[in-house]
Design a protein. Structure first.
Length: 216
C-alpha cells in the first residue's frame, strides 16, 4: 500500500458526514489507542482470497503489526515470512489506523478486480456509512476468552445501478467487529464477496486481532 494512498484515505474517511449514522461513529471511533502502553504492539492476521488472482492473494496474506513510533505516531507494518514492509505512520491520537488500512486495501482490490474507479468505490462505501446499517451483538474469541462486541455490516453496492457490471463484486459486504475489550477496539475486519459455494468466495479479506505484545 502506497503511503500517499493511505494518507488520502485517512483524510477522506475521517471527514465525518454531517448526518452520520451510529455505524460511522462505531467504525471510525477516535481515541481507540489511548489506553495502550507505548510498548504495546497489536498483531492482526491477514488472510486474502481472490478467486481470479491467486498470486495477488498470496502476496497480500501475512500479518499486520500496529506499534507506536515517536512523536505520538502509530506505525503499521506488513509482515510475510522474513520480509516486512512499512505501511506508513499516522497520528495515534486520531485512533487505530488499522481500519483505514483495511478499507483502503479492500477499495484497491475491488477496483483492480472489478475494473471500477477507486474514487467511485470510495464514494459508495462512504455513502453506505450514512445509511442505516446492520448492527448486532456478537461474541468473538480473543486469546483464551470470549469477548462481547458489536458487529456492523455494510453493503455498499446493494442498490447500485452498476452492480451487474462489477463481476460479482456488487455483492461485497464489509463487517467491523468492535468492542472496548479488544485492545485497539477492532477484533475483526472482514470483506467478503460470496462465490457459488461458501468455501470458495470470489473475494475475501480478513484482518483478525490475534494478540497484544509488549516489546522493549
Amino acid at each position: 500500500m502506497r503511503k500517499s494512498l493511505m494518507a488520502i484515505g485517512l483524510a477522506l474517511w475521517l471527514a465525518q458526514p454531517a448526518a452520520a449514522e451510529p455505524a460511522y461513529d462505531l467504525i471510525f471511533k477516535q481515541g481507540t489507542l489511548s489506553d495502550l502502553g507505548m510498548q504495546s504492539v497489536l498483531v492482526y492476521d491477514r488472510q486474502v482470497e481472490i478467486a481470479a488472482d491467486l498470486d495477488r492473494a498470496r502476496r497480500s496474506t501475512g500479518t499486520v503489526d500496529m506499534a507506536f513510533a515517536t512523536d505520538d505516531m502509530a506505525q503499521l507494518t506488513f509482515r510475510q515470512d522474513d520480509k516486512h514492509q512499512s505501511l506508513g505512520r499516522f497520528p495515534a491520537s486520531v485512533g487505530n489506523p488499522i481500519v483505514m488500512y483495511f478499507v483502503e486495501t479492500v477499495l484497491r482490490d475491488v477496483a483492480h478486480e472489478a475494473g471500477g474507479s477507486p474514487f467511485y468505490i470510495r464514494t459508495k462505501i462512504k455513502d453506505s456509512l450514512v445509511q442505516p446499517a446492520e448492527i448486532e451483538s456478537v461474541t468473538l474469541r480473543f486469546g483464551d476468552r470470549d469477548v462481547a462486541g458489536q458487529k456492523i455490516t455494510l453493503h455498499p453496492f446493494r442498490d447500485d445501478e452498476n452492480r451487474d457490471r462489477m463481476k460479482g463484486y456488487g455483492d461485497l459486504s464489509l463487517s467491523f467487529t468492535v468492542s472496548e475489550d479488544y485492545p485497539g477496539w477492532y477484533g475483526a475486519l472482514v470483506a467478503d464477496v460470496p462465490g457459488e459455494t461458501e468455501t470458495q468466495p470470489i473475494y475475501s479479506n480478513r484482518l483478525i486481532l490475534t494478540g497484544e505484545e509488549v516489546r522493549q
